[in-house]
Structure formats: C-alpha cells, structure tokens
Design a protein around this ligand. Sequence first.
Ligand SMILES: NC(=O)c1ccc[n+]([C@@H]2O[C@H](COP(=O)([O-])OP(=O)(O)OC[C@H]3O[C@@H](n4cnc5c(N)ncnc54)[C@H](OP(=O)(O)O)[C@@H]3O)[C@@H](O)[C@H]2O)c1
Length: 713
Amino acid sequence: MPLPSYPFAGKRYWFPEATPAPPAGQAAHRRRTHTVGLDDAVVRDHVVRGQPVLPGVAVLDLVRGAAAGELGAVTALTDVRWHAPVTVDAKTTTVHIGLERRGDGLAFVVSDDAGTVHATGTALAGPAGAPPDLDLAAILERCRTPVDVHELYHRAEASGLRYGATFRRLASVRRGADEAIATIDAADPADANWLPVGPVDAALQVLRALGEGELLLPASVGRIDLLDRPVGRLVAHGRLREVDPRRGSARADVIVADERGRVAVAFHDFHAVRPRPVGYLRSAWRLAPPVEPAVPQGPALVLTGPGDGGLAAALLDRHPGGGRIVDVAAARPTEAGYRDLLSELRPATVYLLTGVDELRYGASDLAHLETAQEIGVVALFRVVRALLAGDRTPIRVVVVTSGAQQIDDRRPAPNPFAAAQIGLARVAARELRFAEISCLDLDPDELGRPDLTRLVAGHRPADDVEVALRGGHRLVRQLHPALLPPDDPDRAPWRHGGVYLLVGGGGGLGAQVGGLLARRYAANLVVVGRRQAEAVEPALAALRRAGAQVMYQRADVTDPVAMGEVVRAARQRFGRLNGAVHAAFTLADRTLSTMDEDGLRAALSAKLRGSAVLHQVLADEPLDIVAYFSSAVALTAPAGQANYAAASTFQDAFARHVGARYRVPVKVYNWGYWGRPDRWPVRSTRSGWPASVCGRSRHSTGSGPSKRSPRHR
Ligand SMILES: NC(=O)c1ccc[n+]([C@@H]2O[C@H](COP(=O)([O-])OP(=O)(O)OC[C@H]3O[C@@H](n4cnc5c(N)ncnc54)[C@H](OP(=O)(O)O)[C@@H]3O)[C@@H](O)[C@H]2O)c1
C-alpha cells in the first residue's frame, strides 16, 4: 500500500483491518477487529465534549464492511442501537465486530477490548426495494427559509460538538415547518469507504437546522436502507417525526440522495437524544503494558491466612533480608501487636495475603464473612494504624487478594469477601504519604503458576493502584466517560403496582427512590430501618402522599432473623415481592489516623453483613431487580473515607458476584455526591432521579455508571 509521502498530503487511509480466523467449531460466529486512533481524521475531527469519539456513521460503515464480508452485499441495517460512544482516549482503540447468523441476516455487536458493548443491530442482505426519487422541487418549495451554515456549526461547537474539516460538509441548508434540506460537499475522492463517513454524517446534521442548537447524539435507528454508495455531491432531506424538548429527544427520517434526488441511503426512525446533564463514568479493566518486576529488597513481613497456597513461604524466600510469616487467622494480632512486629522486624515490605483463598464459599456464609472481615479489612486497618504510629519511614505494602476483582462480567469472581480491603488500601495509599500501598488481585486458578511469586514480590504499583494479574498479564482498572442510554420507562426493571423492599428507605436516597416508584409505578413499599416508626413518619407520609401503600418494618439489615420476618410480613401484606433496594448505610468519615475500630465496624456492617443477609433472605424470591446503592467512592477512594470505600468495594464485588453466580437480577449504582438533602427535589426536572434509576441501567465491565461529582458520600 502506498504510504502518505508527507504529513499534509491530505489523503485519508482507512482503519487497518484484521480478520482473525474463528475458533474451530464456531463457524456461525465471526469477529472482525479494527484499530482506530487519534490519527484517523474521522476521530480527530469529531470531538464530543472534549473527547475524540468515533462517529456513529463510522461504526455503521465498519459494521457494513464486516457484514458484507459474510453476506456478499448488505442492503439494510435494522434495529441499530448505539449504546456507548467509542471514545478514543489512548493513541489507538480496538473495536471488535461480532457477527452471528440470525435468519437471513447477521446480528452484530460492536464492542471493545474491555467488553463494553458500543452498538448492536442486524445486517440484512435481501433484495432492496426501489424508493421513489426525492421530489426536490416540492421539498424546496416547502423549505424556503435559508439557514446560515456557519452559524449552525458555531452552535454545534457551543453545545459541545466540535466538527473538523472532515465533517464540515454542509454547503447550504434550507428549512420548512418540520423538514429541512441540505446540499453536501462530496467526499474526498480517496475515501474508498462504502459509506463516506464525513458526507453521511453531514447528511444527518441537516436535523440541526430543525433544533434549538442543543447537543443531541445518535441513540438508535429503526432501519437504514443501503441502496447505493453515496458519491459526489449529495442532497439530504430530514423530516421530523417527533420532538420532545423536555426529554431532549428527537425522531426523524433522513434521506441521502444524489443531486437529482435518486436515493442512496435512507435512515428511517433515526432517534437522537440529549446526553445526560451530568457526566457518567464507567470502570473498565484494561491490559497494561508489562512492567519488569522489581527485585525485592530488605526483610518482609508476610501476613497470611489459611488459604494462600504456599505463597507466603515462596515470597519470603525471595527477600534477601529474610523476614517473618504471621498467620493472622490464628494469631489475630491487635494494633499494638502489629506495632511490635513492625518495630522488631523493620520490614521493607509488608504483604497482606489474607484475601488469597483457594476455597469457595457461599454468598450467605455469614461466618466466613465475619472471618474474612477480621483477617482482611480489619487486619489491614490495624497494620495501617500501626504504621501511622511508627516512625513513618518509607515502606511498601502489597495487599494481595485472589478472585476479588471481577474482570469478566460472565465469570463470577469467587471471592468478593476479600474486596473490602481493596477500598481501604486505596484510601490508605492516599493518606499515608510515606508508604507505597498497592493492591494486586490474582486468579485463584493460577495460584500455582511458576512465575507468580516473582510477579507478586516484584509488583510495582506506579500510578495503577488497582492491578489484577490474569494469565501473567497486568490489568489495571480505569474510569472512562460514558453516555447513558435514553430513559425508557418501558424497559425499566420496575413494574406498575410492584412491591418493593426499601432497606434504608427512611433515609435520603431511599426516600427519593421510594417517591419515584410511588409516582411513576404506583408501587407498594416495604420500608426497613432501625429507628422507631415515629422517627421516620415524615418520610413515610411523603411516600403515601406520592401514592404508595407503605408498610414500615423496624429491623436491622444485618440481622438475618429480623430480615426473614420482614420478608414474611411483606408477603403476608402484599402477597409478593418484586424487587429490593439496599440503601442502608452509616456515614462516618474520618482519616485513618482518627478512626477507631468500632467506627470502622459500624461503617462496614450495613454494606458487608447487610448485603449478605439481604441476599440470604431474598434467595427464594423471584425478583425483577435487586438494586445495591453503592458509591463512586468505591472507584475514586478519596482520602478521609477509608471505611466507606472499603464498604463500597465490598458491596460492588458482592453484588456482581451474586449477579453472575446466582443469576440475581442485580444493579449496582455507584452514586456520586447528591448534595444537601433539602435541595434534592430540585436536582432534576422530572423525577428527582437520574434516568438510570427509573429506566434501564447500563452495566459495563465494572459496576453501573457512576455520577461524576467533585465530592462523594
Ligand atoms: N447521599 C449521597 O450523596 C450518596 C452518594 C453516594 C452513594 N450513596 C448511597 O446511597 C445509600 C443511601 O444513602 P443516603 O444518603 O440516603 O443515606 P442516609 O440518609 O444516611 O440513609 C441511610 C438509611 O439507612 C438506614 N440504615 C442504616 N443502617 C441500617 C441497618 N443496619 N439496618 C437497616 N437500616 C439501616 C438508616 O435508617 P435507620 O437509622 O433508621 O436504620 C437510614 O434511613 C447508601 O448506600 C449510600 O452509600 C449516597
């Protein structure tokens, strides 16, 4: 292939393509892989809210090309949904197109390396109908108002969508009552794509002439007829079907034709939506470049439990200064005990291996949870406190777990009980400036790997505090901007007249979601809390006023007997349960230097034991949803919130574990800070809730989306 001879040659080159052979026995499934990068003009020239994004039309062209390789010719794409933008935040991003035979066509799924699904739909190869040509004269007669194209691009930029030259192709635009027509500059002759991305994207821009300049992004298209490759100068005709300015959504048909009106591509029921007013983030595990393991120095203190598979002894062997192994499960050292150990041994490295476990436990095993908490997060807390009380010389602390991090949504991580120490360690890494604290999660099936000890002993955290080792590869957890799908009550997991258990429903967020369920779904609510009913009466009365039948049950979510009674009472009163929300927690923000152990346990209990108890008492209920209200703190780990971060990383891991292992319909909401409760009712124009609660919530490789926020609760 000839290469560009100098940087400004202007000739575009499409994405390099690779088509790996399908694994044997999977002939019905095909996968094509493309690499897109910041050097590609279609990415560089398409910046949404400061983030280069592969345009939806480019995704369509990749899909069409991949499907054409299987079907010969693709005449239509149907039920196309863009679930999440393909943001290109590294130099390159890999996009996979999975294809599977579905009747006469191919179902497609566009995803990335982290498993995030970006688009889905179906490609068809049947004979294409011949639509009538556009009656250009009649359209022009109806569209008499000229639209200033420069102003249109200026407004797009002001709304957060910056188009570069590749996409600034609207030559002239005129509008009528609910339709507009545009002429579009031809594609670069070197553009060999079947769907020339710049011009076809510009064709959809015709709808901008009919809007108020608000940023609307593509969400779905009912059907795209691919009749002829659009070449030369084009005409685009857009006609609105429906506009909802309140919800920020528009539906339209857009026809792309040649200058004589002959139709090339027709978008039927193209749906664009306003992105959420707040930013959302999703967490994803990414493959990190390999790092040469460090050579261990000085003595080591290895704190271990019953199931480390020999790792403790092997690690100690690697330390030239020797050291000591302490069986935390047997010895249960106190904070003073750790102080003595540290001052006697003066280790260069402390390993905490109590989260490494070869055994599997049931999610309702409260006795194991208790042990895991004591030898895990509580032991780490004591170590950290002992370090704070010492002379604060530099030290390395490696918190090793196995199977606590769920890298793959389909494979339950077997050991969520060890996840609490990850949250605490991450906050400690911020608060203890003299210590290099990192977390490393191993695959429990790989504990016998010959190179494991070398990788653990030489683990260097750099900036990636949370690292998982899988198959000898380093994976790091990162946050990425995400767009939520449109709010769609019909796809929500809540049903009209449903019966919902609201644990913590007398508190701030619990009462808000209860109010929403009452108003929108005429729900029956079973509110649970530890206080007397009178203390929560104002909140209960508000729920009744909102239309709910409300039953208050005084119970502690950590008490399995009391919670069993709650479920029985709910069934007796309403005949069934359709879902549950776990919104119980205790806020007790402190730095680790001012936190005491009772405070730590109090902050952990509702989310640790409370989550396990809720799972236990609901095990036999056929529920539509179990919503865990976790916090963005699980992902951001801010200083001063170590107990909360520990509780939240546990809750996330636990919820995802029961979702994957027991097929519980779990949703995890990593909320950001909601602000002052007295201001909550004015936070949203509609329900007081982001749509993700009442509509379908999205899940990425991490938990549900987190609301981006400067502060957290
Ligand atoms: N508010 C925010 O900005 C924010 C941000 C991120 C995440 N979240 C999450 O959202 C959830 C709710 O937060 P919130 O701000 O609404 O909290 P909140 O106002 O403090 O309410 C918490 C509720 O939990 C109940 N509770 C606590 N421990 C319990 C136990 N052991 N058993 C039964 N009920 C218990 C409390 O009632 P009793 O005292 O009567 O038991 C209280 O009504 C939490 O999970 C939190 O992590 C909130």
